[in-house]
Design a protein around this ligand. Sequence first.
Ligand code: 6GU
Length: 225
Amino acid sequence: MRIDIITVVPDLLKSPFEASILKRAIEKDLVEIHFHNLRDYTTSSYKQIDDYQYGGGAGMVMMVEPIDKCISKLKAERDYDEVIYLTPDGDVLNQNMANSLSLKGNLIMLCGHYKGVDQRVRELFITKEISIGDYVLSGGELAAAVLCDSIIRLIPGVLGNETSALTDAFQDNLLSPPIYTRPANYKGLEVPEILLSGHQQKIDNWRDDKALERTKERRPDLLQE
Ligand code: 6GU
């Protein structure tokens, strides 16, 4: 997989890819991440990428031309499966979306800033608009990092234990059951006996029951989907 991220603040985005699982995925050549600074695609001498809104109102709007130049250059080099715009008015990210994006080859992610992009950018280039939740961030960069993490960890070979993404919370629209590690008794709080029993079938059933119970309690909306 290859992900091209277009941003005005590449520094905001780099560190998540320089540690832990994402770093290892890049080192193993399972994913390539390329950052593109929009200011490198301006023609005006003072590198303008935003301007006032037609019709007035507070907040600047990202101009079409630099975005056009950047996306057109990338598209001339290879085909892309999706051109994603990170925006609070997009479809809210969920595990199904991450699953299906993890099967793609080449993705562009455009991070919005200021008030957002000129509507014509969306009409001309964008194939998917994604939000990471109902709250507002200062820009799309942190949302792009979240989206990348949710996708990349699903690529086969990225997680050490191949089955572990399949048993994640949300994979069956269920939250995860309680989990424990040593010691078996901590200050009087004991690990449920069934987990120490060695009966794998009983343990699996217990986990399924607890996952369902927890989901009913905390996220009944997931069970209605
Ligand atoms: Cl994708 N961008 C911004 N600016 N805020 C958000 C978001 C995206 N998703 C949730 N809030």
